[in-house]
Write a protein that binds this ligand. Structure first.
Ligand SMILES: [Zn+2]
Length: 133
C-alpha cells in the first residue's frame, strides 16, 4: 500500500475530538486543575471551533477538551497522534513515521509516552482497546 493510501486513514481532528470528548466527559465535565464538577461551557476555541472551552466555577480556571490530556500542546496533528496509537500494536515506529512522513524521533517520543501513560490514562486505555477498522 502506498503512503498516499495510508493517509486516507488518518482521522480528522474533529473526529478525534468527538471520541476524546465521549470518553473523557462520558459522566460529567470535570476540572483538570481542581477536580470540581462545577463547570460551565465557555464557547469554542477560536481557530479550532470543534474544540469546546470550559470554565471551572470553583477555581475559576479555563480549560478545553484537550487540557491535561496527552494530546495537549503537541506539534503533531491530532489525527496523526490517533494514527500512531491505533497502529502501535501492528506496526514498527519506522513504518509509522514513514507512512506519516514524520521524523522517527517525533513518532518515537510520542509512542513512548503513550506506552508509559497507557495504564493510568483512561482515554489512552480506551483508544488502545479499540478495535479500529
Ligand atoms: Zn477547577
Amino acid at each position: 500500500m502506498s503512503v498516499e493510501v495510508y493517509k486516507l486513514f488518518i482521522p480528522k481532528d474533529e473526529e478525534c475530538i468527538a471520541i476524546i470528548r465521549e470518553i473523557r466527559w462520558s459522566d460529567k465535565y470535570i476540572c483538570p486543575y481542581c477536580g470540581s464538577k462545577d463547570v460551565v461551557l465557555k464557547g469554542k476555541e477560536r481557530y479550532k471551533p470543534y474544540i469546546q472551552r470550559y470554565r471551572c466555577n470553583s477555581c475559576k480556571r479555563h480549560f478545553n477538551d484537550l487540557t491535561g490530556t496527552i494530546f495537549a500542546k503537541r506539534r503533531i496533528p491530532l489525527g496523526e497522534m490517533f494514527y500512531i496509537i491505533k497502529n502501535l500494536k501492528n506496526s514498527s515506529i519506522n513504518q509509522i513515521s514513514e507512512e506519516l512522513g514524520r521524523d522517527y524521533r517525533t513518532v518515537h517520543s510520542f509512542a513512548k509516552e503513550v506506552m508509559k501513560s497507557s495504564e493510568k490514562d483512561n482515554i489512552l486505555k480506551k483508544l488502545l482497546e479499540t478495535n479500529w477498522r
